[in-house]
Design a protein around this ligand. Structure first.
Ligand code: TXA
Ligand code: MG
Length: 322
């Protein structure tokens, strides 16, 4: 059976059975493809880390189809409920205190006393989570530190036969990962900018939020888990905020591409300068330009507002010295 399956009911049932059986299934979400396993099964969770080659201190997001599935898992507070009702299902992950009764594998949360939880909106993810009947731990479905996958082919390229099935669900509409907000300690903090913007969250909460400084993260002692400074790495060096491009460089443009000439290849994240379109194209275009034929990838400046915050966060990680 080919590893990439169209998401008809029979394939979803097979995928759900694989998950219950402790196996790995890659599935589409509105942000990026996830590499799912039963979050309560420690061996299945270990298989995720093994398949990704991921440092085990980096905890995973727990995915559910409905709020009721979270009752025994996390302790809510008013702000967290407000965000969940405003943005779920969708590209927001909430970090909340873990309840003592939670049966989630400790490995999934890397031994922390909090859990990161999210309800994805992609219809295939929703169907799979309901059919599986288990909570699903799912990082992005790529080898650790590499570009996140936004198509089934990206998953197959990155993980190959390390995954038991890839449920196809087209190109991810958002294209960058969910926004991770720590709601477990005092004032909410954005740990990772993502598909729901800082401005959207601030509007709902009625106050300004802190954004965790990813650049301050260190490789072996991340200040917050998962905030490795170097991440999402293409093979080629990246040069950000480029206003010129060398003959042997590839150029990743944004907005009307009239000023910068030259380059060995060029793609445009969004000729109209639309940050949603740019986010959806980001990982696929970086992959496409990441060829040994070029000396590096020059990237045009991207505004730091709205989804631009998440795009620039990913670009800075991709550009970090390895
Ligand atoms: O959009 C997404 O969030 C995708 C799709 C598949 O849902 N998933 C994803 O997972 O990006 P992953 O594992 O690549 O990123 C999870 C992020 C990491 O930055 C991790 O450190 C953080 O969430 N995280 C998970 N649990 C945490 C916790 N208990 N406390 C703080 N951060 C946590
Ligand atoms: Mg990831």
């Amino acid at each position: 059976m080919p590893i990439i399956q169209p998401p008809d009911d029979a394939a979803i049932e097979r995928a759900a059975a694989l998950l219950r059986d402790g196996r790995l299934v890659a599935f589409p979400t509105e942000t990026v493809y996830g590499l799912g396993a039963d979050a309560t099964n420690g061996e299945a969770v270990a298989a995720i880390y093994a398949a990704k080659g991921r440092p085990s201190f980096n905890p995973l997001i727990i995915h559910v189809a409905d709020m009721a599935a979270l009752d025994d898992l996390v302790a809510w507070n008013d702000d967290a409920r407000l965000l969940a009702t405003s943005f779920w299902p969708g590209a927001l992950t909430l970090v909340l205190p873990r309840r003592p009764a939670a049966t989630i594998s400790l490995l999934a949360s890397a031994g922390l006393d909090t859990l990161a939880v999210r309800m994805p909106s992609h219809p295939v993810a929703q169907k799979l989570l309901r059919a599986a009947g288990v909570t699903v731990a799912a990082p992005s479905a790529n080898a650790s530190g590499k570009l996140s996958p936004t198509t089934p082919a990206h998953v197959a390229e990155s993980l190959g036969d390390k995954v038991d099935m890839i449920l196809a669900g087209g190109k991810c509409a958002i294209g960058v990962e969910s926004t991770v907000v720590n709601m477990a300690t005092g004032a909410p903090v954005i740990l990772r900018p993502g598909g729901v913007t800082r401005e959207q969250i601030e509007k709902i909460l009625g106050r300004k939020l802190d954004v965790f400084d990813a650049a301050a993260g260190e490789k072996d002692a991340p200040a917050a888990p998962g905030m490795l400074a170097s991440h999402y790495a293409p093979h080629l060096p990246l040069r950000l905020n480029a206003d010129s491009v060398a003959d042997d460089e590839a150029f990743l443009a944004f907005g009307p591409d009239i000023f910068v000439k030259g380059g060995a290849a060029r793609l445009n994240l969004s000729p109209q300068g639309d940050l949603y379109e740019a986010a959806a194209n980001l990982f696929a275009m970086l992959r496409e330009l990441d060829k040994p034929a070029y000396a590096g990838i020059a990237v045009a400046p991207i505004p730091d507002t709205g989804l631009g915050l998440a795009i620039n966060d990913r670009l800075h990680r991709a550009a970090a010295v390895r």
